[in-house]
Write a protein that binds this ligand. Structure first.
Ligand code: HC0
Ligand code: SF4
Length: 573
């Protein structure tokens, strides 16, 4: 412990603290811009300047370690003027089109200008006028809005270990993007959108599909069906000022109906279906000497990461399509036939916490009926925008149910949205199928939590099955390197591209660096999903009555002929 005095308050703090951390521990909020806890701690933007007794120059508090006896002032005239001058400099060559920016009212730069009391910008700097990077199906990069904070660069390189973003050129010419001026769609970007989540401004954003969805909704010749991913319900409320972790499942269904969708279905139904297919696939591989470890295939960012970095594991992937794709395929086959609708007239819209799902929906492997399984993907944020554009009073909506029958799901399905959830859902079903006995306890605590890599041994009948879970592709890389080197052996692995799983996907509502500092975003949203699981009467995928029905009426059996045609695929090297 060291003793430090900040703004006349003397406190004791751990010796590994920075001055910023020490100040925040007593509620003194030093402003930051480039700082992102544990990810980007570089002291580049100089917004967090403080005065330190005995030092001639102002110091950047986010990288300044505390020292015993240190005396710090965070709110002197000198500090205020320096911060304001720095901000004015950034603003002087920033494209200040706030009104039409996707981050209007939700921008950390805008908020700082307000907080620091910037009322005019004394000089106009030279502005860049560079083309937008529209090459990716998921992420749009607008270099004119970039403030060079480096947060996206750090997330992409250090957390995801993808490393396709970097600083290019020097001085005024500096931009952030892929090397050699390439577009994000031309490099091994995995579309995870974690860079968007890290961006304080509007320089990185999803490629919006809102206009296409409005157009489909306005077209009377189209039957427009929507599905919502598990994690959306855990975060959509944040777009409307509800507390993080508020579950808005019923209000979300109500809003979608009011937007005009003909049917409101739940990706969770398809998650249950995935468990039936993937669970039986695992049993098959265990019994017949198939390729092990089997690895989950539902996270499209992870699939792309695998294709670029670990092609030798492509045959380990489960052949199951992701739930979003299974749902699309079922809507355009079973549902279409049952209701006598030509699949060409059906438009499937997915609401996803994920930007990579936009890329997935366009993959040519995923068009079981001759049409793309899914037509348009919008993120949780985009759904928030549509609800606002329709002027729906979201907070005060009544709770409504999803439509039958593709809206019926179990507790096992809803936890898909959090790391370890697919594994737990699979274990619930596989354990009962193998033993023929009902589980005494259906919670598998070993696979829960936010540890980067989790391992467990599970007894299934007379066999012990070794499983592992990784979330965030940086962790996936570590795990796969160990498997490759023969250091670890598993039967079944769950990998999700985003840290925390889909709840923290690149399409979820923005959380400022400041809120990320104080709130555990992943844990809060995860709680909402575990609560929904607990509240469900049916919590195992194989007990979903509508899943039983679709096998009876249409699919036959898991991994059967029809399933293979509609619900499985193969990603070739
Ligand atoms: Fe997920 Fe999914 S759980 S990837 O995290 O498997 O995006 O929420 O929709 O498809 O169900 C995302 C979330 C999904 C899919 C499901 C899986
Ligand atoms: Fe990196 Fe993911 Fe952003 Fe692509 S989408 S640049 S992989 S962080």
């Amino acid at each position: 412990k060291v003793t430090i005095t900040i703004d006349n308050q003397t406190i004791e703090v751990p010796e590994n603290y920075t001055v910023l951390e020490a100040a925040r521990s007593i509620g003194i909020d030093i402003p930051t811009l480039c700082y992102l806890k544990d990810v980007n701690e570089v002291g580049a933007c100089r917004m967090c300047l403080v005065e330190v007794e005995g030092a001639r120059n102002l110091q950047t508090s986010c990288v300044l370690p505390v020292r015993d006896g240190m005396v710090v002032k965070t709110n002197t005239k000198k500090v205020r003027e320096a911060r304001k001058a720095t901000l004015e400099l950034i603003l002087s060559n920033h494209e200040r089109e706030c009104l039409t920016c996707s981050r209007n009212n939700n921008c950390e730069l805008q908020a700082l200008a307000e907080e620091l009391g910037v009322r005019d910008i004394p000089f106009e700097g030279e502005k860049t006028n560079l083309p937008l990077d529209l090459s990716s199906k998921s992420v749009v990069r607008d270099p004119n809005k970039c403030i060079l904070c480096g947060r996206c660069v750090s997330v992409c390189a250090q957390v995801q270990t993808v490393g396709v973003l970097g600083f290019r050129e020097r001085g005024f010419e500096t931009t952030v993007g892929p090397a050699y001026d390439k577009g994000l769609g031309e490099v091994p970007c995995i579309n995870c959108g974690q860079c968007i989540a890290a961006c304080p401004v509007g320089a990185l954003r999803e490629k919006e599909s809102i206009d296409y969805v409005w157009e489909a909704l306005d077209d009377d010749s189209k039957h427009v069906v929507v599905q919502t991913a598990p994690a959306v319900r855990a975060a959509l409320g944040e777009e409307f000022g509800l507390e993080m972790g508020t579950r808005v499942t019923g209000r979300m269904a109500a809003a979608l109906r009011r937007l005009g969708f003909d049917k409101v279905f739940d990706t969770d139904f398809a998650a249950d279906l995935t468990i039936m297919e993937e669970g039986h696939e695992l049993l098959g591989r265990l019994q017949n000497g198939g390729k092990l470890p089997m690895i989950t295939s539902c996270s499209p960012g992870w699939i792309k990461f695998c294709e670029h970095n670990y092609p030798e594991f492509l045959d380990n992937l489960s052949t199951c399509k992701s739930p979003q794709e299974m749902m699309g395929a079922v809507i355009k086959s079973y549902y279409a036939e049952k209701n006598n609708i030509d699949p060409k007239d059906i438009v499937v819209v997915s609401v996803m916490p994920c930007t990579a799902k936009k890329f997935e929906a366009d993959r040519e492997e995923l068009a079981a009926t001759g049409y793309q399984d899914v037509d348009y993907v919008i993120t949780t944020r985009e759904l928030g925008r549509m609800i606002k554009q329709a002027r729906i009073d979201f907070v005060n909506l009544p709770d409504e149910d999803f439509d039958e029958i593709l809206g019926e799901s179990t507790g096992a399905a809803v936890i898909f949205g959090v790391t370890g959830g697919v594994m737990e859902a699979a274990l619930r079903t596989v354990a009962e199928v193998v033993t023929g006995k009902e589980l005494e306890k259906i919670e598998f605590e070993q696979v829960r939590g936010m540890e980067g890599i989790k391992e467990a041994e599970v007894t299934l009948g007379d066999k012990t099955v070794k499983v592992a879970i990784a979330h965030g592709t940086g962790n996936a890389r570590k795990l796969l390197d160990d498997v490759k080197a023969g250091k670890k052996e598993y039967h079944f692995i769950e990998i999700m591209a985003c840290p925390g799983g889909c709840i923290n996907g690149g399409g979820q509502p923005h959380v400022s660096a400041k809120d990320r500092y104080t709130k555990d975003v992943k844990a809060e949203r995860a709680k909402a999903l575990y609560a929904e699981d607990e509240a469900k009467t049916i919590r195992k995928s194989h007990e979903n009555p509508m899943i039983k029905k679709i096998y009876e009426e249409y699919l036959g059996e898991p991994n059967g002929h029809k399933s293979h045609k509609l619900l499985h695929t193969h990603y070739a090297p």
